[in-house]
Design a binder for this molecule. Structure first.
Ligand code: HEM
Length: 281
């Protein structure tokens, strides 16, 4: 059974960013283009005094479609935590999310009629554009990642990594038994090294500058215990692999710390925008 390595991201679960953008031969890209074309045609062809904005009948239609789309796009957060394969796979949802999300630049901008000013309506539009830009940034991050992601896939899965580390630690413990107290203490520090406990910045850097296992190699090398040094080297290699894995995971997740809070700010501004429109009506 395939084990997912990067469980909290849609794109890390077996689909390259390309596969996901091209999903079903660009089905969602085509639909998004169609939506935009219909919106532009309606804007240009349906009579309006002197042009459409949020308050014309066509403007209301655009506003309603854009609002429903934004609510649906927000639901991806729930959907990605309840994954199912098949027709409405997470890959399909995310493809639709990206392309229909991009179509909002046209739909909501035409809805605004370009009436921008220091008000809650423009705030909602601005936040929506910020969410979309952050989404584009996320896609760019994924686009830069595939080779590293591929390497990571060729390596072990997380449970396998934890298991390999535990086995090395058992060997280290055995090898440390005959050591003098000071040397045994150095090995114990290496035993306690836990790469999964590293904070976000350490995980993003992938650095092993403070690795107790590396230090143990330097400290114990003069004694020349080849068996012990070999286990320590293997642990350094295993830790390096885990750090690379954690770094990729952190890179894939970190941009969501912008995308998601901006989404909630957008929902609040959108609610204020809609309420104020009906309040003044
Ligand atoms: C107003 C429009 C948008 C809203 C409200 C929105 C909202 C969201 C939300 C709530 C999530 C789920 C995050 C989570 O819980 O983990 C998400 C994920 C995502 N968004 Fe958007 N988004 C919008 C537009 C876009 C656009 C235009 C793009 C790309 C160009 C984009 C790219 C993504 C991607 C790739 C993910 C999935 C990340 C992952 O699962 O690893 N979004 N978005």
């Amino acid at each position: 059974m395939a084990t997912r390595q990067i469980p909290r991201t849609t794109l890390g679960e077996g689909a390259s960013h390309e596969g996901f953008l091209r999903h079903k031969r660009f089905r969602w890209a085509k639909l998004a283009l169609l939506l935009c074309a219909a919106a532009v045609a309606g804007y240009a062809l349906i009579d309006a005094p002197p042009r459409h904005y949020g308050g014309t009948a066509f403007g209301y239609v655009l506003g309603t479609v854009a609002t429903l789309l934004i609510l649906w796009l927000t639901l991806l957060g729930l959907r990605k935590r309840a994954m199912t394969p098949g027709r409405w796979s997470l890959k399909g949802w995310t493809s639709a999310h990206v392309w229909l999300g991009l179509s909002l630049t046209v739909l909501a901008t035409l809805h605004s009629g370009l009436r921008f000013g220091p008000d809650v309506h423009t705030l909602a539009w601005g936040l929506m554009m910020a969410v979309i830009l952050s989404g584009l940034y996320g896609i760019a991050v994924y686009a830069a990642l595939p080779p590293a992601l591929g390497d990571s896939r060729a390596e072990m899965t997380r449970p396998q990594m934890v298991d390999a580390l535990a086995k090395l630690d058992v060997q280290l413990e055995a090898a440390a038994q005959p050591l003098a107290l000071a040397d045994a203490a150095v090995v114990r520090k290496a035993l306690a090294e836990d790469p999964f406990a590293a904070g976000l910045l350490r995980r993003l850097s992938g650095s092993d500058a403070r690795s107790a296992t590396r230090r143990a190699i330097v400290a114990l090398a003069p004694a020349g215990d080849a068996a012990l040094l070999a286990v320590l080297e293997r642990k350094v290699a295993a830790l390096g692999q885990i750090r690379r894995h954690l770094r990729i995971r952190a890179l894939l997740e970190v941009w969501l710390y912008v995308h998601v809070p901006l989404t909630f700010a957008l929902l609040a501004a959108l609610a204020a925008h809609i309420l104020s429109v009906f309040f003044y009506w």
